[in-house]
Design a protein around this ligand. Sequence first.
Ligand code: NAP
Length: 313
Amino acid sequence: MKVFVTGVAGQLGHDVMNELAERGYEGIGSDIKETFSGVFEGTAVEKMPYVQMDITDAGSVRNVLASVKPDAVVHCAAWTAVDLAEDEDKQDTVYAVNAAGTRNIAEVCREIDCKMVYLSTDYVFDGTGTEPWKPDCKDYSPLNVYGKTKLEGEQAVSGLLEKYFIVRIAWVFGKNGRNFIRTMLDLGKKHDRLTVVNDQIGTPTYTFDLARLLVDMIETEKYGYYHATNEGGYISWYDFAVEVFRQAAEMGHPEYDAEHLEIVSVTTKEYGDSKAARPFNSRLDKSKLQENGFELLPDWRDAVRRYLNVLKL
Ligand SMILES: NC(=O)c1ccc[n+]([C@@H]2O[C@H](COP(=O)([O-])OP(=O)(O)OC[C@H]3O[C@@H](n4cnc5c(N)ncnc54)[C@H](OP(=O)(O)O)[C@@H]3O)[C@@H](O)[C@H]2O)c1
């Protein structure tokens, strides 16, 4: 199987490439920079074929994909800076990348008849209530610009293609990029008290674990909408932070233990305004994965432990 992966300089694309290599598939990576610009730690992705491609450039997307002729495209590239996306002067670019860029890829996938995986987000929903969102629920109501543009990306994919997987994920962390865990560890070193919100509920997704599932998916024809995060129950960002610091302290870092660092649980309202509104209920129902015979991701606590080891904390 020949697989083209966008966004390999980011968290998920990086791990998808390594998973493809591990399983003996031909992976071709791409991102916006001229050469591969992820972490260099001696993993397969650094030596695998790389093509520069700006997904907002329809001509370039057509040329590249039509000449590579992949069996599947795993589309991980996106504008992911959620708060910055609210700035008036950034919104055209966010739209161009997440909505029009995704459409550019879907159009060529249709022409060359290849499978497409599109990564989307819990932010397509407004987060009301406490029921987990089902993957085939159509009650979309994104609260922010990022969510709106990702939803338009979904609609381009499902409108143009039959052989697609739209996989919504949330609270992503991976080796190759910035994320909540890294931010917490940095802040925890500099402060003796941190406030973290307790009323936004969801589950984290470790890109290393998700990459395995995405490659499992493209080996099948079980197309459609899916939700995929790590297992282990729904939690708040506060719960997530507490567990990260607990494990970090246990790994021999006393600066993160309860004696040195106080983690204060606050509501979103108490925390104060952020530019982008975020959903309170990000519970994603993942039962469709099992119904279709896909192996679930491991418990998020186990993922945190492996991630902290990878970071060589
Ligand atoms: N991160 C999360 O918490 C989260 C949550 C839910 C869903 N998702 C979705 O999951 C997917 C993977 O996320 P991630 O965290 O791995 O993303 P990421 O680390 O931000 O990586 C995205 C990559 O896409 C590249 N990119 C941006 N504009 C591009 C363009 N015009 N052409 C080509 N490449 C471009 C970025 O390059 P630059 O860095 O140079 O811009 C970056 O290398 C995305 O679709 C995202 O929307 C993420």
